[in-house]
Design a binder for this molecule. Structure first.
Ligand code: ASN
Ligand code: ZN
Length: 327
C-alpha cells in the first residue's frame, strides 16, 4: 500500500488504517496527495471532509467521518492495485483521481458509479448503520469507471452481466491484493457490509445461486435479467479459473464450486486469472460483448500471456466449459 499515510483512519470495516490526505496541521482535507488528488466528500453537504489533527473517524457509523475513511481507503487500495498489478495509472490511466461521496440519501442501501461526475456514491444502508463502503464494494464501483473507459460494456443483457462481473472480479482481486487483516481476500462480495443483517454477502462467486436470485451457476441463455444476476456466470468462471472446482478453504472460508459438465477444473491462481481478465477487458472486449465473445477473448489473452496450450489457457477453456460457455 503506497504513500506515506500521514493520516490515521478509524474505519468501520478495515480496522485502523493509514490514509493519505492533504493540507497541514490544523486543516487537513480528505484529498489523496499521492493518488491523483482523489477526494472524499460528505454527500449531505457536498464538502470534502476536513479535520484538524489528521485522525479521522471512530469506527462507528454514527460518526460522520467514518464512512469517509472506509471509502477513501478502499479507493486508495483500488488505485494501488491497478498500478501495481496492471500498470494502470488511475481509472482513466491518466493519473487523475476521482471523487467518493458518502452518506448519500437516508438509509440508502446501494452504491453506484457515475461517469458524468467521475465519482462513486455510497449509501449508509439499513438504519444508516451499514454503509456500503467496504473494500470490495469500493473496488467494485471504481472498476465500473475502469470498464467505462476501456471495453465500455453496455449495461444490459450479456454485456451488462460481463460489466457487473468485471466489477466483482476486481473487487475480489483488490481484497486479496490488499490483504487487510480485518478484511482478508474472499470470493464473496459485500460480506463486511452485512446488508441484510444476517451475515450474508450480496454475491457468491464460487456458487452464484447461493444468493437465491442469480441464475443457475452456469449459462442457460442470460436473456434480459438483472445484470447483477447474469454476472454470476462470469463470476463463477473467474472463481473456477483461479481456484478450481470442488471443495477448498481459503482464508478460513469454505467453498464448494460445482461445474456444469461435471468435469473438474484445476485453478491457476488469482494472480494469473486477474491478468487474463484485465488484458481481455482492456485490449479485446467490445461494448456488446457476449459470454461467447468473452470466452474467445480470454482464451486469446491467456495465449498471449502464457502461451497457446499453456496450463493457463487450458484452465480458461475448462472453466468456461464448466459454466456452459463453449466446450
Ligand atoms: N451497486 C450497483 C452496482 O454498482 C448499482 C447499480 O445497480 N448500478 O452494480
Ligand atoms: Zn456494479
Amino acid at each position: 500500500y503506497q504513500g506515506v499515510h500521514n493520516g490515521t483512519g478509524n474505519s468501520q470495516y478495515s480496522g485502523t488504517v493509514g490514509i493519505d490526505t492533504s493540507g497541514s496541521s490544523g486543516s487537513y482535507r480528505m484529498e489523496d496527495s499521492v493518488r491523483g488528488g482523489h477526494e472524499t466528500r460528505n454527500s449531505d453537504t457536498g464538502a470534502v471532509f476536513t479535520d484538524a489533527d489528521d485522525v479521522w473517524g471512530n469506527g462507528l457509523p454514527s460518526n460522520v467521518q467514518t464512512a469517509g475513511v472506509d471509502a477513501h481507503y478502499g479507493a486508495a487500495l483500488t488505485w494501488d492495485y491497478y498500478k501495481d498489478v496492471h500498470q494502470r495509472n488511475g481509472i482513466r490511466n491518466d493519473g487523475v483521481g476521482a471523487t467518493s461521496n458518502v452518506h448519500y440519501g437516508n438509509a440508502y442501501q446501494n452504491a453506484f458509479w457515475q461517469d458524468s461526475c467521475f465519482c462513486m456514491t455510497y449509501g449508509d444502508g439499513a438504519n444508516n448503520e451499514h454503509p456500503l463502503t467496504s473494500i470490495d464494494v469500493a473496488a467494485h464501483e471504481m472498476t465500473h469507471g475502469v470498464t467505462s473507459n476501456t471495453a465500455r460494456l453496455v449495461y444490459s443483457r450479456e454485456s451488462g452481466g460481463l460489466n457487473e462481473a468485471t466489477s466483482d472480479i476486481f473487487a475480489a482481486a483488490v481484497e486479496f491484493h490488499a490483504n487487510n487483516p480485518e478484511d482478508v481476500g474472499d470470493y464473496m462480495v459485500g460480506e463486511k457490509v452485512d446488508l441484510f443483517g444476517n451475515g450474508d454477502p450480496l454475491r457468491y462467486m464460487d456458487e452464484p445461486s447461493k444468493d437465491g436470485s442469480s441464475l443457475d451457476n452456469w449459462y442457460s441463455g442470460a436473456g434480459n435479467v438483472d445484470v447483477h444476476y447474469s454476472s454470476g456466470i462470469a463470476n463463477h468462471f473467474f472463481y473456477l479459473v483461479s481456484e478450481g472446482s470442488g471443495q477448498k478453504v481459503i482464508n478460513g472460508v469454505s467453498y464448494d464450486s460445482p461445474t456444469y459438465d461435471n468435469q473438474p477444473v484445476t485453478g491457476i491462481g488469482i494472480n494469473a486469472a486477474e491478468k487474463i481478465w484485465f488484458k481481455a477487458l482492456t485490449e479485446k472486449m467490445h461494448s456488446n460483448e457476449t459470454f461467447a465473445d468473452a470466452r474467445a477473448d480470454t482464451l486469446e489473452a491467456a495465449a498471449e500471456l502464457y502461451g497457446a496450450d499453456s496450463p493457463e489457457q487450458l484452465a480458461v477453456a475448462n472453466a468456461w466449459a464448466a459454466v456452459n460457455v463453449g466446450d
